[in-house]
Ligand binder design. Structure first.
Ligand code: SF4
Length: 264
């Protein structure tokens, strides 16, 4: 359901620009919307450095934005940085080339989209007349920037990284503030799990989520092997899930399904 803060649309500046990596449609392969077709708007730039990063092109600041109406179709490019109007035009072209009822929602993702909160807010506001729910996929560490965009966003997907995988602690206070704010709309959490994950760090993350909302859907995603990162054993994932269910009511184990389907 799109945001209904229509009055603020008059403030939208469609000339705002940001660097993008790609605009395309595919099946969402992760978490709550897995199996549904989305249009993905992938911004460039990231403030993290995940060892398993499966979208390294999104971390590079160089290059045009690649656009594709559907998997297998001929791509076209738009020079960076793109304006909000450029992105809107590309999305409308993708919708026109697909069965309109097949497209469930729009994912604004990255990289880290909240590196560009003004652009994301203007884009999400501009897309409201399409009547497609808008989901923000973010690492969940930037509450101030979330505040800037939240009125135009329907769903927040917070993608948590574990300290064991990152090799350094991430800011737990920022994560908690972010999740509390995200609850004003609808939110869920995805945690990428490698074979380095420990019960102690997971317990800490589960407790943080439960302190905000014990009913928040939480997805334990075994890492798709990449860059030396390896997934845990299935039996360990079951153990982690059992641990989570002590404080959380909706915890699911789910690998990336778009990889199995060989879709982008
Ligand atoms: S947050 Fe995403 S884009 Fe950034 S390094 Fe991690 S996997 Fe890659």
């Amino acid at each position: 359901m799109p945001s209904n803060d229509i009055g603020a649309l008059e403030e939208t500046d469609t000339s705002l620009r940001a660097p993008l990596a790609e605009i395309f449609t595919s099946i969402q392969g992760e978490a709550l919307f897995a199996g549904l077709q989305q249009i993905f708007v992938r911004l460039r730039g990231c403030d993290l450095n995940c060892p398993w990063c499966d979208t390294p092109a999104a971390r590079e600041m160089e290059g045009d934005c690649s656009c594709q109406t559907r998997p297998g179709a001929r791509a076209w490019t738009i020079p960076n940085p793109l304006s909000v109007a450029d992105v809107e035009d590309a999305i409308k072209r993708i919708i026109a080339a697909n069965e309109p009822t097949a497209i469930h929602s729009i994912s604004i993702t990255g990289g880290e989209p909240l590196l560009y909160p003004e652009f994301v807010a203007a884009l999400a506001a501009t897309l409201q007349p399409l009547h497609l729910p808008i989901m923000l996929e973010t690492n969940g560490q930037r509450p101030r920037e979330l505040h800037q965009v939240l009125r135009y966003i329907d769903w927040v997907a917070a993608d948590y990284k574990l300290d064991s995988a990152m090799g350094r602690p991430l800011d737990g206070d920022a994560r908690e503030e972010f999740l509390r704010m995200a609850q004003r709309k609808r939110a869920f959490v995805k945690i990428v799990i490698t074979d380095a994950a420990t019960e102690e760090e997971l317990e800490e993350v589960f407790a943080l989520i439960a302190s905000v909302d014990a009913a928040c859907p939480v997805f334990l995603q075994p890492v798709t092997p990449n860059g030396g990162a390896r997934p845990p054993r299935g039996i360990d994932l079951m153990r982690f899930r059992a641990l989570a269910t002590r404080s959380l009511r909706d915890v699911r184990i789910m690998p990336q399904i778009h990889r199995l389907l060989k879709l982008p």
